[in-house]
Design a protein around this ligand. Structure first.
Ligand code: UD1
Length: 421
């Protein structure tokens, strides 16, 4: 069993370079199967979700390599076989093989996707959209196997009941090779969607409006090989910036697009946290008088749900009472009991509302990561806590944070991974 061990209260200074965005990379890798040529994706983060996607590629007889952050994918000998249950379950992004294989073969057999347990996470919006494009869906209630099949994919108007990131991307995939025009309204506007649309357009797709709530996709008959850079990971960047605000001494977070995390900087301004932006670098130091704030997670460009758990740690150090509301996921407060075990004062009103009273010194103890971002929040707490923090279930964290321990050690943290059997 792997654990992260942190001896807290070490001042952090120096530079942390941000990797490519997890949520873009996990869509760009499957997207490569839309072409039978050799595709290259640069700046891919070395995270375990990438490894899980590679396992699926192997089952599909797709050649894939990862070298120095570059993924090369050659799907010229692809075999459209069933994606086994254990691999479908390994990560959320396995659902992207639905859109991609539908576009290329008009037939997919796959199981319900996995991912962090942060809510019920249905895929009804994806499926409803596929049906609008002409897909027949068979679902086995017992095994949760899905068979998606179409004679033809035909462009359609699709209004999403919720601006779902995954559904928007999956429907862009399927619609790219459909006959005619698809218009997605109430589409998600997250910047990762622009990254994916850019890649598809480089392959020869005709997609307009990505990054806005209306996306128009004129179907084409074939897509060719292409290359793309993964955009910087705004969630990784935000996590380290918050660490800097609590225990940094001129900690620089580099390789970011500051405008893409404006929602966090706006909150920093409200909290009295100072930072210096210099092109793609942001330098930040410990703020000794953090003001409490009210915060509500929202779809982009609002405050990202994936930074909600991390910012709850910063609010434990604010002078006063902060109100926190999670609006995207139903169970994103599982980390709270561990923060309270460390000495925080967080009261849960229900599964989506909390009241955080600070400042509370935190004390190291044994805790468990409950999901990816909640796990990152516990690492943050360990870095500012007195004494030793031992975090179990760290597989959650390694799914989405590239070289977390190495990056933090380089700036002075006393943190390591131990592997005890
Ligand atoms: C993506 C991100 C995740 C982030 C989330 C919201 C990836 C791999 N993950 O997840 O890190 O927290 O966006 O920014 O990119 N919903 C439905 N039916 C559906 C699809 C979604 O009801 O078919 C609901 C969900 O339950 C949730 C909300 O819509 O309440 C948002 O989900 P969605 O935007 O789809 O999140 P993901 O794409 O799964």
């Amino acid at each position: 069993m792997k654990q992260i061990i942190i001896n807290g209260k070490k001042e952090l200074s120096g530079e942390i370079a941000i990797g490519g965005a997890k949520n873009s990379a996990v869509a760009l890798i499957p997207a490569s199967l839309l072409s039978s040529g050799k595709c290259k994706i640069y700046k891919v983060p070395n995270i375990s979700d990438k490894d899980a996607l590679f396992e699926i590629l192997e089952v599909l007889n797709v050649k894939a390599s990862f070298e120095d952050t570059t993924v090369t994918i050659d799907s010229s000998n692809i075999k459209n076989v069933v994606i086994p249950e254990d691999l479908s379950n390994k990560l959320r992004a396995s659902y992207y093989f639905m859109g991609v294989l539908l576009a290329r073969f008009k037939h997919v057999e796959i199981y319900f996707p996995g991912g962090c347990n942060i809510g019920t996470r249905p895929i009804d919006l994806h499926l409803k959209g596929f049906v609008a494009l002409g897909v027949n869906i068979t679902h086995d209630e017992q095994t949760h196997k899905y068979i998606l099949d179409a004679k033809n994919l035909t462009g359609s108007r699709i209004n999403l009941d919720f601006a779902s990131v995954g559904a928007t991307i999956n429907l862009m995939f399927a619609a790219s090779l459909a006959k005619g025009t698809t218009i997605i309204t109430n589409a998600a506007k997250e910047i990762e969607i622009i990254n994916i649309a850019d890649y598809l357009n480089k392959m020869g797709a005709d997609i307009k409006g990505a990054g806005t709530s209306t996306i128009t996709i004129n179907g084409v008959t074939k897509l060719h090989e292409a290359q793309i850079d993964v955009i910087p990971d705004r969630i990784e960047a935000g996590t380290y910036l918050m660490v800097g605000a609590m225990i940094g001494n001129n900690l620089t977070v580099s390789g970011i697009v500051p405008n893409q995390i404006k929602a966090l900087f706006d909150k920093f301004d409200d909290m009295g946290i100072k930072y210096i932006i210099d092109k793609d670098k942001v330098t930040i130091s410990k703020c000794n008088n953090i003001k409490p704030i009210n915060i509500k997670t929202l779809v982009y460009p609002g405050f990202p749900t994936d930074l909600g758990q991390p910012i709850s740690v910063v609010l434990t150090q604010a002078n006063g009472v902060s109100l926190f509301e999670e609006t995207i996921w139903e169970s994103r407060m599982q980390h709270v009991k561990y923060l309270n075990k460390m000495g925080a004062n967080i009261k849960l009103n229900d599964s989506t509302h909390s009241i955080i009273t600070g400042p509370t010194p935190l004390k190291g103890c044994e805790i468990n990561a409950t999901d990816l971002r909640g796990g990152a929040a516990l690492v943050m707490a360990g870095l500012i806590a007195d004494g030793t923090t031992k975090i179990s279930n760290i597989e959650y964290i390694l799914r989405g944070y590239e070289n977390l321990v190495k990056k933090l050690r380089q700036v002075g943290a006393d943190i390591k991974i131990i592997d005890e059997n």
